[in-house]
Design a protein around this ligand. Sequence first.
Ligand code: NAG
Ligand code: NAG
Ligand code: NAG
Ligand code: NAG
Ligand code: NAG
Ligand code: NAG
Length: 846
Amino acid sequence: MRLSLSLSLLLLSLFLPLCFAANVTYDRRSLIIDGQRKLLISASIHYPRSVPGMWPSLIQNAKEGGVDVIETYVFWNGHELSPDNYHFDGRFDLVKFVNIVQQAGLYLILRIGPFVAAEWNFGGVPVWLHYVPNTVFRTDNANFKYYMQKFTTYIVNLMKQEKFFASQGGPIILSQIENEYGDIERVYGEGGKPYAMWAAQMAVSQNIGVPWIMCQQYDAPDPVINTCNSFYCDQFTPNSPNKPKMWTENWPGWFKTFGARDPHRPPEDIAFAVARFFQKGGSLQNYYMYHGGTNFGRTSGGPFITTSYDYEAPIDEYGLPRFPKWGHLKDLHKAIKMTEHVVLNSEPTYISFGPSLEADVYTDSSGACAAFIANVDEKDDKTVQFRNVSYHLPAWSVSILPDCKNVVFNTAMVRSQTAMVEMVPEELHPSVDLTNKDLKALKWEVFVEQAGIWGKADFIQNGLVDHLNTTKDTTDYLWYTTSIFVNENETFLKKGSQPVLLVESKGHALHAFINKKLQVSASGNGSDITFRFKQAISLKAGKNEIALLSMTVGLQNAGPYYEWVGAGLSRVVIEGFNNGPLVLSSHAWSYKLGLQGEHLGIYKPDGIKNVKWISTREPPKQQPLTWYKVILDAPSGNEPVGLDMVHMGKGMAWLNGEEIGRYWPRKSSVHDACVEKCDYRGKFRPDKCLTGCGEPTQRWYHVPRSWFKPTGNILVIFEEKGGDPTKIRLSKRKVSGICAHLGEGHPSIESWSEAENVHVKNKAAVHLKCPGNAHIATIKFASFGTPEGTCGTYSIGACHDPNSTSLVEKVCLNRNECRIELGEESFDKGLCPSATKKLAVEAVCS
Ligand SMILES: *[C@@H]1O[C@H](CO)[C@@H](O)[C@H](O)[C@H]1NC(C)=O
Ligand SMILES: *[C@@H]1O[C@H](CO)[C@@H](O)[C@H](O)[C@H]1NC(C)=O
Ligand SMILES: *[C@@H]1O[C@H](CO)[C@@H](O)[C@H](O)[C@H]1NC(C)=O
Ligand SMILES: *[C@@H]1O[C@H](CO)[C@@H](O)[C@H](O)[C@H]1NC(C)=O
Ligand SMILES: *[C@@H]1O[C@H](CO)[C@@H](O)[C@H](O)[C@H]1NC(C)=O
Ligand SMILES: *[C@@H]1O[C@H](CO)[C@@H](O)[C@H](O)[C@H]1NC(C)=O
């Protein structure tokens, strides 16, 4: 009987969202779904930035983290490869993604754009559209509007066909048109406003039955809701009193560019921003990103956006929850949800307790009460008296009191466990095949590209062409080649002096080969994509071949008229001749698009035989323009895998024809400023808490497990400038340890008994959970008392219960997760009575 009841409940909960249309509307306070105001936590997960095999667990991890809604962009240039040629397979299977969200019982926000920015190549707009004559993006331009409407309609129809809109019983509760256009609308002059109004009108006329949003669109016309994107949105107000206050992008970290430092946003500050938003009447908040993922292949924008789009998001690039960020936000979501009914159905009373100290108190007609108390001081902790009770608030923090009495959460007091994550290198496992008789050694095969034109030139022209106009982004690579004649009587041939090559480029990167030898490499960076250099070179008497390999590293993805930003060489001069500088800019240049290996598809299983690979035990090192191929077994275990490229130069990698993407272990400068420890207090900026000075911005490149077969995997690397392939490793991302610590009197959600709706003292508990199915194998450290240090470096303080370890072992060993209540376990409570005691635990999972 009980079984069949729970079974039918299960079936009901499975099919409910599938069968019944929901009525999504809004008022000034929130979205209203079937007559209920909703307070919603949303999470950006972009389907092409992971693989279908990861989607269910990513979405499940988001759900467990207290998320109600998944938000994704739609990536036009991944779907419409050429006009009317649509692609929805593999990572681009949008329908499958939405289905998984629906099955998880979550809502979805579909940000169609179709311009999306998103650090995605060309902002998501197909490059071919730029070459449709008379097209200007994102303004009152007939061509752009035609193609934008066509694609938007295509996606809307696809979603309607699948009954994905909430109005049809599906998960989509909101849809977005355009993206952050309000910030640049004025730059487009007379074309700006009419375009924005047209976009809104065009969207509304799609009749999707759920509201449309436009983010950062200050003039969004009714009924389209304008929403906020920022690190903080508590001060945001929508452009009409009938629209709810919604936050489409809260950035819990930041993206990275090759050669830059590693940004971090502390969880205390993210939680502070979110709590402030709901304190000040917000009703829907989205983390951009909740899982950032990977810019596989050539999908990253920029230029110079790394292949990793980890974003320091609550779920890391590899799909593992990032602690303590994920856990702290989960606790926050729980606390906020406890206030949902009261805050959405009453008006706040504002109380100022003095400078930087304020509360918003929501009391409904039934007498239910919820309060947010904030200390926005950037330095000092403060104490306030609220309803005759004294509350301590750390600087830059918000306390949440779902009953106006008990603090269940303070944004600056992290209770969640932390985790130590390592990339554990594994030797490449040679794969057994018929040609590989010695089972222990890797068999490498090598193919070397020509420096310069291979085969026939694509065209010859006087002067330097624009790189992007020429390749139209069919490849990163464009050869500019010419030759010069050097007389024997040139002074630099006799004296020790050297001629100097001067190059100016609109971007993004360059390798200069002279007489087939790589003599200079140069590139722009995330702050200035153009570059120029002067570098001494070697020339010989007679004919000299100048072959310049120009490269794009992800196309511009945002900014006014971004599609017109050029790339490639703009000036080439050689100085040091007897007759003065030799200006080559207007010489006759021969051009070749792309590499021979690219043309022949030698990184794909069906193209691999298109060149003659040279077998070798000892692959050449530090050799430019080299393709490497090796057959591997999958790494052991089931942890996520990253390709360690720290000993390589720059290039691209593939596994079994799947595009891992661009690698470039480019280092940031040792002279930059980095922080030891990030102070969460005060306004966050992307450059506030940087680490990794002098380190490669990206060392590991995610290779999804689902791309591996057990054996016979083909790894192909194209190295541009030279590296040591024997040092390539597949590293496994492992949680080496988990830690948690908690002090007596720490606010705790668990101290709130939902069933009885009362506060139970001393229920505060340390919670430990190993990833996946791993279990707690060892308690490395446990101390109830006054332990010191942080995860990985805990030590016993002046006060310590010697039974701590055995008590924790009893509760936790061999379990996937455990909780140890400070109050209930038999810790020695008599220990040093004057001290505030805490429990710190470090455990090893296996
Ligand atoms: C949807 O809800 C709104 C208000 O919340 C109401 O006015 C409208 O009649 C509802 N529509 C349907 C089809 O139920
Ligand atoms: C606070 O204390 C004062 C004096 O003790 C009392 O009059 C008042 O009712 C109390 N207020 C609340 C909200 O408990
Ligand atoms: C160098 O050689 C070129 C061509 O052979 C000649 O025209 C020129 O006068 C020579 N210059 C000198 C300084 O000898
Ligand atoms: C980027 O390049 C420009 C121009 O070469 C240079 O001035 C600037 O310092 C570089 N910035 C970084 C972060 O390396
Ligand atoms: C091609 O490049 C040149 C130089 O950057 C630019 O002026 C021109 O507008 C470009 N054409 C297109 C269609 O982008
Ligand atoms: C430690 O545990 C033992 C046995 O379980 C008990 O006899 C002893 O009193 C405990 N010590 C402390 C300091 O609590």
